[in-house]
Design a protein around this ligand. Structure first.
Ligand SMILES: C[S@@+](CC[C@H](N)C(=O)[O-])C[C@H]1O[C@@H](n2cnc3c(N)ncnc32)[C@H](O)[C@@H]1O
Length: 418
């Protein structure tokens, strides 16, 4: 038996926390969290888990234990509903079904609107249908399909919210968007996922906002495989989700046997401050940007005890550098770069210098603009910055103001390379 007053109490506390985090900003989104009892969509989970503002509730894992379906965290759902700005009477599609988010979208569109939710997994679809019916949301269309093709039957959509990590924007999502429509999608670019609020501008899409986030990866026709570049077998490796940016994948398996170079920046960061635009800045500045991961027993090769971080890396020639931090006082760290390889000293300094430029020119700015362009768009039409060629679209990351991480050398272009 669920304790209704306890659920109400936890729900109010969750809404308060979401407001504080900025994940809920409008009264309408606060109201929808109040109106749709979340715990009805997380049967079997403790109430505290259902109403935890930050955590997802896992629904299904694959054979290796990796989550493939979750009821997303209220923080993510709230932020994406704010990005989507769903109004009464709208037609909306959710890609990836957990039940509760479709119910909230249905509440927001009201009796005149229509919501379709689509998932590739029959277990997820059966669960969503059952829970939506039981909670009084039988009007939501629940469709079993690979969302790569959208759901033409109920299109066009004023709003499409993608709740699974996408590597590209399939043409169907753009084609099924109504005039003036909006697509909210967690798009992975160089291993960095941002929930983009996209709208049409002529033949392409432009971003109105971007939010850092993490999602389970897309399955089916839109799934994308990462390319691994081993630095010490697979125990320390670089991951490139857009393919290797150069012609020849370098053999870097011995690079960590060289002497480590360090460069410190004088740029500091507080414990809770986000530096999500720094990662995007480095991705724009270095064509060989990728994500670095290491087994726990290899960590000491990369960083010392007071270094906290080594996630964002760049390969230049036969050398590799990565962003790191060191504690300078309680709650404050300094950014720096470590590097290995024949040009380690220069590369560490080059990365440190990009951190300083970001700090001076972009840190307190609005962040970059993202564009999604047809594949046949010529380079001259694209804004200066980073161009990532995907399967169906060319994605651009461009920065405000006169400054650019590409130091006037034009676009840093990357091909899919698979
Ligand atoms: C994070 S969950 C969805 C969460 C849900 N929207 C919520 O808010 O509770 C992601 C879902 O995407 C689904 N998915 C993955 N690839 C898909 C594809 N190609 N087409 C449709 N659904 C897909 C998975 O089966 C999974 O259920």
């Amino acid at each position: 038996m669920v304790d209704g007053s306890r659920a109400d109490e936890l729900r109010e506390a969750m809404i308060g926390a979401l407001r504080e985090m900025g994940a809920v900003q409008s009264d309408r989104v606060a109201e929808v969290f109040r109106a749709v009892p979340r715990h009805l969509f997380t049967p079997g989970a403790p109430l505290e888990d259902a109403y935890d503002p930050r955590d997802a509730v896992h629904v299904k894992r694959d054979d290796r234990g990796v989550p493939i379906s979750t009821v997303s965290s209220p923080q993510l759902q709230g932020s994406m509903l704010e990005q989507a700005d769903i109004r009464p009477g709208m037609t909306a599609m959710e890609i990836g079904s957990g039940g509760v988010n479709a119910a909230m979208m249905s509440w927001l569109t009201g009796p005149e609107g229509q919501v379709t939710t689509v998932d590739i997994d029959s277990d997820v679809i059966e669960r969503a249908r059952r829970l939506l019916d039981a909670a009084g949301y039988a009007r939501v269309n629940v469709v079993l399909a690979d969302a790569e093709n959208g759901v033409a039957e109920h299109a066009p959509y004023d709003r499409i919210i993608v709740t699974v990590g996408a590597w590209d924007i399939p043409p169907a999502w753009v084609n099924q968007l109504a005039p003036g429509g909006r697509l909210v999608v967690p798009l992975r670019m160089r291993g960095l996922t941002r929930s983009l609020e996209l709208e049409r501008e002529g033949d392409h899409l432009v971003s109105r906002s971007a939010m850092i986030c993490g999602f389970v990866a897309m399955q089916g026709a839109g799934a994308n495989r990462e390319r691994l570049v081993p630095l010490r077998g697979t125990r320390v490796a670089l991951r490139f989700d857009d393919g290797w940016p150069g012609e020849r994948v370098p053999d870097m398996d011995r690079v960590l046997d060289t002497t480590r170079a360090e460069a410190w920046t004088g740029v500091t960061i507080g414990g809770t401050e986000s530096f999500e635009t720094l990662q995007l800045w480095l991705a724009t500045a270095f064509p060989g940007f990728g994500k670095l991961r290491a087994d726990a027993d290899q960590r000491s090769v990369l960083v010392d005890d007071d270094n906290l971080w080594f996630d964002s890396a760049a390969v230049v020639g036969d050398s590799v550098a990565y962003l790191t931090t060191r504690r300078v006082e309680p709650g404050v760290s300094e950014f720096g770069a470590h590097a290995f390889g024949p040009h380690a000293t220069d590369l560490a300094e080059a990365m440190a210098e990009q951190v300083r430029i970001w700090d001076r020119e972009q840190r307190h700015g609005p962040g970059p603009n993202f564009g999604v362009w047809p594949l046949n768009t010529p380079d001259e039409r694209l804004p200066e910055g980073l161009v990532i060629n995907k399967r169906h679209h060319r994605v651009t990351i461009s920065w405000p103001a006169a400054t650019s991480a590409t130091t006037g050398q034009g676009n840093q272009e990357e091909t899919q390379g698979e």
